[in-house]
Design a protein around this ligand. Structure first.
Ligand code: ADP
Length: 163
């Protein structure tokens, strides 16, 4: 059984991420969605909040597990006994960074294979940063994130939850 790790910031999870998770769940035995804990990057949602939202949005997919990891993804790969690192590719602009990461991860662990999936065309322009910005400006984000995430974003940005 192949276990794939899907790491990311997921601040917050969007329909683009979910599209990749859905596709991957049909290709791999288990998909571990991993919130990468990055102390250098400031995020809108805490790691716990991001985990909760991902769990709620993937509850209907039985072979998905959700966790966080601080440190190298190749270490997480070994710990979880996974073989594949999964990433989404939206546009050529993603390519250079992804190319670097895949080669570096391969160097760190020669067994690590990075697999890229493309989302449905309608999500190719979608990014968490855009969703945060749009929500902050009062725009309609209902097409881009699940309802639970939309509600959380509204609460967070209205200040009732604190940022
Ligand atoms: P990171 O900070 O690691 O890029 P993200 O949460 O932004 O984390 O993204 C995690 C992964 O999901 C990355 O591989 C990214 O390219 C991919 N991804 C993000 N948004 C989309 C989308 N709309 N469609 C497909 N893949 C996406």
């Amino acid at each position: 059984m192949t276990r794939a790790l899907y790491p990311g910031t997921f601040d917050p999870i969007t329909n683009g991420h979910l599209d990749i998770i859905q596709r991957a769940s049909q290709l791999f035995g288990v998909v571990d969605v991993v919130v990468a804990v990055n102390t250098r990057k400031t995020s809108l949602f805490s790691v716990e909040e991001r985990l909760e939202m991902i769990r709620e949005c993937t509850r209907h997919i039985p072979n998905v597990e959700v966790l966080s990891h601080a440190g190298l993804m190749v270490d997480c790969l070994r710990k979880r006994n996974a073989q594949v690192l999964l990433r989404g590719l939206r546009a050529v602009s993603d390519f250079e960074y992804e190319f670097q990461m895949a080669l570096m991860n391969k160097k760190l662990d020669p067994v690590c294979e990075t697999v890229y999936l493309m989302p449905s065309e309608k999500y190719t322009y979608l990014a968490s940063s855009l969703v945060r910005e749009l929500a902050g400006l009062g725009g309609d984000i209902s097409e881009f994130v699940p309802a639970v995430v939309e509600a959380r974003l509204r609460r967070k940005l209205s200040g009732s939850e604190g940022v």
